[in-house]
Design a protein around this ligand. Structure first.
Ligand SMILES: NC(=O)c1ccc[n+]([C@@H]2O[C@H](COP(=O)([O-])OP(=O)(O)OC[C@H]3O[C@@H](n4cnc5c(N)ncnc54)[C@H](O)[C@@H]3O)[C@@H](O)[C@H]2O)c1
Length: 416
């Protein structure tokens, strides 16, 4: 018997995952759910889904899919909806995976409360929760976590991380259009009631740090450390167009004191030319500079250990990625090439897909953790720490950079 799984929220992000979940060899049955019937229909009618999809597994409400006899549910709805929906799914006895972040609402204190409720629900139900943070499985993040486990950084000094996503469409993903698309559904049209009326009309304005996981998850997981204090500053929108109208800060920079004595500078920018991820990690013995994709290793006891070039190695994504089991790779190759036979994919090369290959790793990590009953890498304790970093940075920025203590929920009971 394999894992039975339901996908909730078949918009632009959720649709991308349908093939991979279906193709994972440990998944035996897949269900689909969206409040928009045509979004369910589009996937349900795909011939590739047929072998694991029964038409009775088409759902149109979260309540109904939560009543189904499934092992796990993946929530990929709009970001202001995640936490209560995940809690409902956990309480219905399902393991849960959630699109990022835990929740994105303008109120930092309420965000922290949701983190608290989610951690408690995971503890009470004993079910798994995993956050679908794509940057966690970027090639360099996997490589740097391996280096960290080897002790190759020496003592961590600091890290810089950045997620910049300009509102304009210059590089192909226009945030103004994304916001419109997320409102183009029944759930989206309720944004005014669920977000605008509750917060914005009362003067509670959010900011870029309410979507912080793309920047902070990397360095926290590499250092295996969490934030204990934060000071942040934010910049409001220039008002050049409607972007940032309901936002206190479009660009926020946070400075975090970490539990290992190091620091992290995190940049979450939404009104900036261009788009990109950045990660630099500095250690006494090893340093990573993303711009060069260059691993630099200091070698002690050698006369030239001060020469910057010494020990440098340019890395490729293939060298940096972890290796997925071959049976899983073959499933994912089929997901990309629906009309090939199992024999034809036997010796084909595998290239992971979605956001620098991360989707393949996210799907496998969740299914594997459910199958083996182990805590996933991006578990609720980690996820709460990442999301709280953003919420507290926003609070600090509202107070002109006041140094604030971080809340914490502790480590996962068993390390992933
Ligand atoms: N790199 C990344 O990690 C990344 C990239 C893109 C999007 N995302 C995340 O993915 C999520 C979805 O984004 P999107 O752009 O696909 O949004 P979307 O608006 O296109 O899709 C959301 C879907 O959820 C459905 N939905 C909402 N409430 C529901 C309910 N109660 N029951 C059933 N269906 C429901 C809506 O009808 C809609 O089809 C967001 O949270 C976003 O943050 C993450």
């Amino acid at each position: 018997m394999g894992i039975s799984i339901g996908l909730v929220g078949l918009g632009s992000f959720g649709t991308n995952f349908a093939d991979s979940f279906k193709a994972h060899p440990s998944v035996s049955r897949i269900a689909y759910c969206d409040r928009e019937p045509e979004r369910v229909k589009k996937i349900a009618e795909d011939p590739f889904m047929k072998s694991k999809f029964n038409p009775k597994d088409a759902y149109f409400t979260l309540d109904d899919i939560c009543k189904a006899d499934l092992d796990a549910i993946v929530i990929m709805t709009q970001p202001w909806l995640h936490a209560p929906q995940c809690i409902q799914a956990l309480k219905s006895g399902k393991h849960v995976m959630s699109a990022v972040p835990i929740i994105s609402i303008p109120d930092s204190d309420e965000t922290i409360e949701w983190c608290d409720r989610l951690v408690n629900t995971v503890k009470e139900t004993g079910k798994q929760y995993m956050l679908m943070e794509t940057s966690f499985y970027h090639p360099e993040m996997m490589f740097l976590r391996r280096k960290s486990k080897e002790g190759a950084f020496g003592k961590f000094i600091s890290a810089e991380c950045e997620y910049s996503h300009d509102y304009s469409g210059a590089w192909g993903c226009n945030l103004l259009k994304v916001a419109e698309m997320r409102k183009a559904s029944k759930a989206g049209m309720e944004w005014s009631k669920t977000v605008h009326e509750k917060y914005i009309s009362k003067g509670i304005l959010g900011g870029s740090m309410h979507y912080p996981t793309h920047s902070v998850s990397g360095p926290c997981s590499i250092m295996n450390a969490h934030a204990i204090k934060v000071s942040a500053l934010g910049l409001p929108a220039t008002g050049y167009n409607s972007f940032g109208k309901y936002t206190a800060f479009v660009n926020t920079t946070g400075f975090f004191h970490m539990s290992n004595g190091a620091t992290i500078t995190a940049r979450e920018y939404r009104e900036i030319t261009g788009h990109g991820y950045e990660i630099n990690v500095y250690g006494t013995n090893g340093t990573w500079r993303n711009r060069e994709w260059m691993w630099t290793k200091r070698e002690y006891n050698k006369p030239d250990d001060f020469v910057p070039e010494h020990g440098r190695k340019q890395m490729t994504p293939e060298e940096m990625r972890d290796t997925l089991p071959r049976e899983v790779q073959k499933g994912f190759i089929l997901a990309e090439n629906h009309f090939l036979s199992a024999n034809e994919v036997e010796n084909m090369d595998f290239t992971p897909k979605g956001h620098y290959g991360s989707h393949s790793y996210l799907v496998h990590e969740f299914i594997d953790s459910v199958e083996k009953g182990r805590i996933p890498e991006i578990n609720v304790w980690e996820a709460a720490r990442y999301v709280a970093m953003g919420a507290m940075a926003h609070k600090s920025a509202l107070k002109d950079g006041e140094l604030l203590d971080m809340p914490d929920w502790g480590d996962a009971p068993v390390k992933a």
